[in-house]
Design a protein around this ligand. Sequence first.
Ligand code: UD1
Length: 346
Amino acid sequence: MRILLTGAAGFIGTHIARQARARGHEVVGLDAYLPAAHGPDVAPDPAIARRDLRTDDVDDLLVGIDVVCHQAAMVGNGVDAQDLPAYAEHNDAGSARLLAAMARTGVADLVMASSMVVYGDGRYTCPVDGDVPPAVREDADLHDGRFEPRCPRCHGDITWREIGEDTPFLPRTSYAASKVAQEHYASAWCTLQTARAIALRYHNVYGPGMPADTPYSGVAAIFRSAIARGEAPRVFEDGQQVRDFVHVTDVAHANVLAIEQVAEHPAGLTAYNVASGRTFTIGEMAATLARAAGGDAPVLTGDHRRFDVRHVVASPAAATAGLGFTAQIAPEVGLARLASDPLRTR
Ligand code: UD1
């Protein structure tokens, strides 16, 4: 197959290109080489077209393409409200322009990077009210060290549960809002073009080539960078927040499977959670990394961030049934390896 891969120079894109080529596919790469992601003195790979989806046409690159694999995005959670326009421009306007170009050039199969952040706080079970989204956590509770969310109706204790792809969207950050919008644009494009899209909702991706700590980095990069500086990872809240850490090679494999099978999917957008299927608390994850690095034990700070969700875990069962995807790297193995994996330092 001939694939147009956007974000080809990025953390996940690099792994997708390698795996797709190893399976005999031809990969045409494009990347904007944004200074925020690649540094001001970036030396672009001449094999990757330098294009910015916000402003540059890509019709020429789409000629003869079977599937577009769209990874280019501004990532992170967003630091403050001033980031909103940049997320909208990169992730939403950029994707909309790509979809319009695909319509002009007759490319009808798309695989796109989405995220579990579309689910926001996930879903919980309340002994009184049943299945509920949790209430937004109150400052007073957080200051008192009560980090578990409450039932939005009875305000009592609730228990998190694993969620499926039919869970309602509840975006809590600029990035999450942009990923929800991106899925909606892709879905509208499918209707207009009788086209097919697969949205892969990634959990917390980690592994070799991960960008080092920036204000927009996720927790695995932050902890790994702290260890590289000889510092202990600083764990927020009580360290009991639950996530699913999925290795970048597993995420790349899910993309290759989706690329190979999107044409057999029905018209419209199909979403799959991409996760290891194994939960880890942030405290366990920090301890695993610190142990593997032989560094100082993690520090529990008790700090909290307003926009953080407490627990979010989505089931990868649909990706197993629909794509034949199962993660191969157990988080305790991959996270221990992350202690010595090279990071991208821009
Ligand atoms: C992360 C990504 C998000 C991505 C999603 C799924 C970022 C900033 N967030 O969201 O873009 O879509 O995974 O792949 O890239 N924490 C600490 N210490 C720190 C930093 C964070 O304990 O120094 C804790 C936070 O309080 C939180 C957890 O780690 O409970 C995860 O934080 P983070 O990785 O920033 O955000 P996610 O919500 O998991």
